[in-house]
Ligand binder design. Structure first.
Ligand SMILES: Cc1cc2nc3c(=O)[nH]c(=O)nc-3n(C[C@H](O)[C@H](O)[C@H](O)COP(=O)(O)OP(=O)(O)OC[C@H]3O[C@@H](n4cnc5c(N)ncnc54)[C@H](O)[C@@H]3O)c2cc1C
Length: 484
């Protein structure tokens, strides 16, 4: 929306289903601090090219804290609280890396129709399962080389700022939406507007219907909902999306990633260098495996975070917070002994059961095809698509969402320019034909009704708006008024 506004397209309206902006960048008050229940890290820092989100963070002096989870695999606790010897952990890690490489080779061979030479053994022991979880669900969630690291550097910084990661989004919004007493007060941003229907007729416009019965008419729309929402039945398209589009949407899977926050009366874990992250080895893969203390980010906060993914996330989302607290405490007591205090507060975010998200971020299968990305991003008529899942290089990241938004709005601006140019061509042809007719009409009548009729035709012409933007002038805001 900012890119459009900067290019003179001001008759826009942003329909947001929830009561806030920021989407998957979201802070909550917890204990005495702000916790990031969605995106937490600026990933991809320290390279030759600067990550645009890192630049935004610097411009806002966002407080961040260097994170290094490469040590996690040397801090593995077994179920009796013993730290697994580092040689054993290293051997298990090497085994898991080799299996992953073999698995990748097998997939490549299978794609080429060749026979598979060796099937890697799957992890079975608690330590192998813990290592496998960290490798696949964290370190190698993407196939090497990871574009984010190659392009922007391989450092990661945890956001530790009371204003939250979302401050960057608010700051961006305030640069083009009007504010009143520090709050966005611009009718181009409409909150609590759940889009349920998108109707693309044979005429030049699009109709959007929201859950509260409002109807919006627009010339174009940019649809920025997550791939989880696209895969759900929240939005109905008339006519239905073409098969190539729905196929691309269904090919892109969704990761559920849940950070559970626990607040304690005091610390009972080690805060030495290299101990920020630790693992728990259990016979069930991903069972409260990945832990982090928040002392580096917020000294004295006495908060631990445990990250669950996919099936474990869904399981925990469907039970009470008390049941989750009980499970987490049992795991912590196995690691640190029975004397540790019970957490006084717990926060379990719901990303899977949030109908405006349906998961945490997109997950493309290994060896996805370039064509799949082209299809997921390609417009369908006047519906343009954007969001992290449409970014081939950086899907799954904040910078993926940010860069895709810029790219899609530029695509739309190009389309509007193209339509404008076509219109100018047809208009000059039309003027050539109409001018003698107009002159004739004027000579026959004493008033210029024909001229004003022609003006009316122009006013409702779908090209009127694009002309405004090309002149870089500002038009009146929100021409797509809600019709109750
Ligand atoms: C738990 C978690 C941890 C993460 N960790 C990191 C991290 O450390 N670093 C990182 O870079 N990235 C991380 N990510 C990913 C990152 O947050 C996302 O890639 C990025 O924020 C997505 O931005 P987006 O604009 O594509 O989508 P969103 O932020 O999801 O925006 C889509 C918007 O559409 C709205 N919407 C949905 N349906 C409708 C509807 N029907 N009508 C109207 N509005 C609708 C939603 O409410 C939302 O505001 C994490 C995500 C999660 C959930």
């Amino acid at each position: 929306a900012k890119v459009l506004a900067e290019n003179g397209v001001n008759d826009i309206v942003i329909l947001e289903a929830s009561d806030r902006i920021g989407g998957r960048i979201r802070k909550e008050d917890f204990g005495d601090i702000s916790i990031e229940i969605g995106a937490g890290w600026v990933a991809g820092v320290g390279g030759k090219t600067s990550n645009p989100v890192w630049e935004l963070a610097n411009q806002s002096s966002l407080r961040t804290c260097f994170s290094d989870y490469s040590n996690a695999r040397y801090n593995i606790y077994d179920q009796s609280g013993k730290i697994i010897p580092s040689e054993l952990a290293a051997a298990s890690y090497d085994k898991a890396v080799n299996s992953a490489i073999q698995e990748l080779k097998n997939q490549e061979e299978a794609n080429l129709g060749n026979a598979i030479s060796e099937i890697p053994s799957s992890p079975k022991t608690p330590i192998d399962l813990a290592i496998d979880f960290v490798l696949h669900d964290f370190e190698m969630a993407e196939v090497e080389p990871i574009s984010t690291y190659v392009e922007y550097g391989d450092e990661e910084f945890l956001v530790a700022d009371e204003r939250g990661y979302e401050f960057l989004v608010y700051k961006m919004a305030e640069s083009f939406l009007s504010t009143c007493q520090g709050k966005i007060a611009d009718n181009r941003l409409q909150l609590n507007k759940v889009v349920r229907e998108i109707i693309q007729g044979s005429s030049n416009g699009i109709t959007v219907k929201t859950e509260d019965g409002c109807v919006y008419k627009a010339r174009y729309i940019i649809l920025s909902v997550s791939v989880g929402v696209l895969r759900s039945d929240l939005i109905t398209f008339h006519p239905p999306l073409p098969e190539w589009k729905t196929e691309a949407i269904m090919k892109c899977e969704v990761i559920v990633y849940t950070k559970i926050f626990l607040k304690f009366p005091y610390k009972f874990w080690s805060c030495e260098h290299g101990k920020e992250f630790f693992l728990y080895a259990h016979e069930k893969r991903g069972y409260y495996t990945f832990w982090q203390h928040m002392e580096n980010a917020y000294p004295g906060s006495n908060i631990l975070v445990v990250t669950l993914t996919n099936e474990e996330s869904k399981r925990v989302e469907s039970q009470s917070d008390m049941a989750t607290l009980k499970e987490a405490m049992a795991v912590l007591r196995n690691m640190f002994g029975f004397d540790i205090p019970t957490a006084t507060q717990i926060f379990v975010p719901l990303w899977w059961n949030n109908r405006f998200q349906r998961g945490s971020y997109s997950d493309y299968p290994i060896l996805s095809k370039h064509q799949d990305f082209i299809h997921i991003k390609a417009p369908v008529g006047r519906i343009f698509f954007t969001g992290e899942h449409t970014n081939e290089k950086f899907n799954g990241y904040v910078h993926g969402g940010y860069l895709s938004g810029i790219e899609t709005s530029k695509m739309l601006l190009d389309e509007m320019r193209r339509v404008e140019e076509d219109h100018i061509d047809t208009e000059s042809q039309r003027n050539f034909l109409l001018e003698p007719l107009l002159a004739l009409t004027e000579s026959l009548t004493s008033t210029n009704t024909a001229a004003s009729d022609l003006k009316k035709w122009e006013d409702i012409s779908t090209v009127a708006t694009s002309r405004l933007f090309l002149n870089n002038s500002t038009s009146s805001p929100v021409t797509q008024e809600a019709i109750k």
